[in-house]
Write a protein that binds this ligand. Structure first.
Ligand SMILES: Nc1ncnc2c1ncn2[C@@H]1O[C@H](COP(=O)(O)OP(=O)(O)O)[C@@H](O)[C@H]1O
Ligand SMILES: [Mg+2]
Length: 241
């Protein structure tokens, strides 16, 4: 069943229109990938869901209810969490303390669910080893794990991930993406924004391609061809490598 959907979503930065009527949906336990070149509007799309852009209520629906423009805290309370571009951790604080802030916030917002510090440690064992390390001293991959862990501790029904592979080594990317099936297994819906097309395809059930604020391709990840993606990605006949 559809958990989150957008309907003719438009978003602007002042005079500049970044999204032109975007329709995307994700079901319980499903992973969809949102791909597209730099500047296509992927982060803006996620920001629109999280209440960070001025959008009309009916443009974003959770369980069919219009919730567009709901403030970020309230979205987290309703079960939508984001792993933001650039991770945004609390520097000068340990891994554990970063995660405890997230747990306190979840408590305050009344979110309950299956994610605990212990379970996160099973998902990403390095977070237990580095529990007392200040986050700025972690590798990029380890920081990303903290950022994902923080989002999971809000017990999301929908998890939004903004380019979680950016700047990481292939081995680390595999480790991080290997966590997605377990996250989905309990019904969490996932939207991953990803620039790596192959990775997006292998990690998702369906793909949406954005080009200059419009969806140019939608389909089952297993059925979409490289040629279709190339056309949708660039609006021309470039190859995808
Ligand atoms: N704060 C902002 N002010 C004005 N324009 C912005 C702002 N953030 C993004 N944009 C513009 O909106 C478009 C979409 O950006 P973004 O959603 O960040 O793309 P993506 O995440 O796909 O790289 C781009 O043209 C970008 O320059
Ligand atoms: Mg972006």
């Amino acid at each position: 069943m559809t958990v989150l959907s957008t309907h003719g979503l438009v978003a602007r930065y002042g005079d500049f229109q970044a999204l032109y009527g975007v329709d995307i949906d994700v079901a319980e336990g499903e992973a969809v990938a949102l791909i597209g070149a730099n500047g296509a509007g992927k982060s803006t799309f996620l920001r629109s869901i999280m209440g960070l852009m001025a959008v009309k209520p009916e443009m974003v629906r959770l369980d069919g209810q219009p919730i567009g423009g709901t403030p970020t805290d309230r979205m987290v309370q309703k079960g939508v969490a984001i792993v933001p571009e650039g991770r945004r951790l609390f520097t000068g604080m340990s891994v554990d303390d970063n995660l405890r802030v997230a747990m306190d916030q979840a408590d305050r917002l009344g979110r309950t669910g299956g994610w605990s510090l212990e379970r996160l440690h099973r998902l990403f064992p390095i977070l237990k080893e580095k529990a007392r390390t200040e986050v700025q001293n972690l590798s990029g991959g380890q920081q990303q794990m903290v950022s994902i862990g923080r989002a999971l501790l809000s017990q999301p029904r929908v998890l939004l991930c903004d380019e979680i592979s950016l700047g990481l080594a292939p081995k680390v990317i595999r480790e991080i993406y290997a966590a997605l099936p377990e996250i989905r297994a309990q019904g969490t819906a996932i939207i991953v924004v990803e620039q790596d097309v192959g990775l997006a395809q292998s990690a998702s059930d369906r793909i949406f391609c954005l080009l200059e604020g419009r969806v140019t391709l939608t389909g089952a990840s297993s059925a979409i061809t490289r040629e279709q993606i190339a056309g949708a990605y660039f609006g021309g006949s470039h190859a995808v490598v």
